[in-house]
Structures are given as structure tokens and as C-alpha cells.
Design a protein around this ligand. Structure first.
Ligand SMILES: NC(=O)c1ccc[n+]([C@@H]2O[C@H](COP(=O)([O-])OP(=O)(O)OC[C@H]3O[C@@H](n4cnc5c(N)ncnc54)[C@H](OP(=O)(O)O)[C@@H]3O)[C@@H](O)[C@H]2O)c1
Length: 205
């Protein structure tokens, strides 16, 4: 698939590597521009395209939001109609504490800036180092480290589940955006949970 990743740090950079290795085509963007991302292209080859964020969003059938939630205030509004938007964010402040969203979920604000997209919450509940190291495509999905996902569009969740499996993890559908985001969010039972899919399933059923 064509995947546009906005944010090239711990999460975006590692996802770019994993998806290119899984034979997807990735456009990667950060705030400093494509020249600062050339080392990714040097390492990963012709399926990694450094781009400006606006171009990576046009490029991607799937767009991954992989920058800090607090930076949304400074972002333009992008039209992502027809695209799947994966929200990896947790609402941390720069000092490591997190914003009180007063019952709302972080994706509400993501959708304001990635307007019209089919939003799926994923990759927010795994530490970047485990994302980089624990994927294993040689064992059955039920045995793999779980990655939870939530959303309101069943077809979009199928696509994201299969992307999660492509990079060696076990995809666990936690339900609607509202319900699932809470289970896998910073206060949720699945946040940072180091469990195989078959055991994590028991926590939400
Ligand atoms: N770190 C983790 O283990 C972890 C785990 C789960 C979820 N998350 C979530 O994943 C997201 C990214 O975290 P991270 O740890 O990967 O952060 P990070 O290493 O600090 O990377 C942030 C990236 O966002 C880019 N960025 C900032 N403003 C941008 C803009 N206006 N347009 C395009 N790109 C922009 C930065 O580019 P420049 O460097 O050029 O400014 C940088 O590449 C956060 O929402 C975090 O809550 C993180």
C-alpha cells in the first residue's frame, strides 16, 4: 500500500522502516523538510520517499499521524477524505504529564486537522523500542505481541489490522473509537501491555 507518515521520530521513523521492509511504499515527512530525511532513503531504498507533509498526505492511501498531539494546534487543516488516518498520538505535554481532555479522546482533535479521514487509533499503546524489536512474522498472530486498534469504520480497521500483521504483531480490535480509545489510551488496561494477542483478548472480552 501507499502509506504517508507525518512525523519521523521514534514512532514514525520506526514505522517507516517496518513498512518498507514489509514491501509497502512509504512517504515520510517531518517539520524540517525532505532533505533532513535523506538518510532514511539511503538506508531503505526506492520505496522510501522523503516529502513535505502536505505531499505525503496526498501520496498515502493510509496516512499515519506520528507527531506530538500538542503540535496539532500549529498544524494546517488537511483534507483526508477517502483515506484511512491512523492516529498514534497520546496527549502528553512537553513535561511528560498529559492534558486533561475532560472525557474527550485525543482523536477528536486529530480529525479536526485530518479532516474527512476514516480514523483508526493504533500504535499509541506500544513503546517505540518494542515496536522496533518485537514484531515476528514467523509465528502465528495469536502468539505475537498485541497491538490494539479502535475505530468506527469496519473496512478501515481490516486494512489497519492487516498492516499490523504485515509487520509481525497481533491486531486486537478494541471496538469503536470512543470505547476502544479508552481501553488502549494512557489510562487504559491495554496501554503498554506486553502480552500476546491471545492473552490480551481476554482483557477486553
Ligand atoms: N515514543 C513512544 O514510545 C511512543 C509510543 C506510542 C505513541 N507515541 C506517540 O507517537 C507520537 C510521536 O512520538 P515520538 O516519540 O515518535 O516523537 P518524536 O520522536 O519527538 O518525533 C516527532 C516527529 O514529529 C515531527 N513533527 C513535528 N511537528 C511536525 C509538523 N508540523 N509536520 C510534520 N512533522 C512534524 C518531528 O519532526 P522534526 O524533528 O523535524 O521537528 C519529528 O519527526 C506522539 O503523539 C506520541 O504520543 C509515542
Amino acid at each position: 500500500m501507499k502509506i504517508g507518515i507525518i512525523g519521523a521520530g521514534y514512532i514514525g521513523g520506526n514505522l517507516a522502516k517496518l513498512f518498507v521492509k514489509a514491501r509497502h511504499e512509504v512517504a515520510l515527512a517531518n517539520s524540517r523538510g525532505p532533505a533532513s530525511l535523506q538518510h532514511f532513503a539511503d538506508e531503505l531504498g526506492e520505496n522510501l520517499h522523503p516529502m513535505e507533509a502536505k505531499d505525503a498526505i496526498v501520496f498515502g492511501e493510509v496516512v499515519i499521524v506520528a507527531f506530538h498531539w500538542r503540535n496539532l494546534d500549529h498544524m494546517p487543516i488537511y483534507d483526508t477524505t477517502g483515506k484511512i488516518v491512523i492516529d498514534t498520538t497520546n496527549p502528553y505535554k512537553a513535561d511528560g504529564t498529559f492534558f486533561d481532555l475532560q472525557g474527550d479522546i485525543p482523536s477528536t482533535k486529530v480529525l479536526e486537522h485530518f479532516h474527512g479521514g476514516k480514523l483508526v487509533k493504533a500504535f499509541n499503546a506500544i513503546w517505540y523500542k518494542h515496536l522496533a524489536e518485537l514484531g515476528n512474522t514467523s509465528i502465528p498472530p495469536e502468539e505475537r505481541r498485541v497491538i490494539p486498534l479502535a475505530g468506527d469504520d469496519a473496512d478501515a480497521k481490516k486494512v489497519v489490522s492487516s498492516l499490523i500483521e504485515d509487520i509481525g504483531f497481533g491486531a486486537l480490535d478494541t471496538g469503536s473509537l470512543q470505547t476502544g480509545s479508552r481501553l488502549q489510551g494512557v489510562d487504559g488496561i491495554l496501554f503498554g501491555k506486553e502480552l500476546p494477542l491471545k492473552e490480551a483478548r481476554g482483557l477486553v472480552e
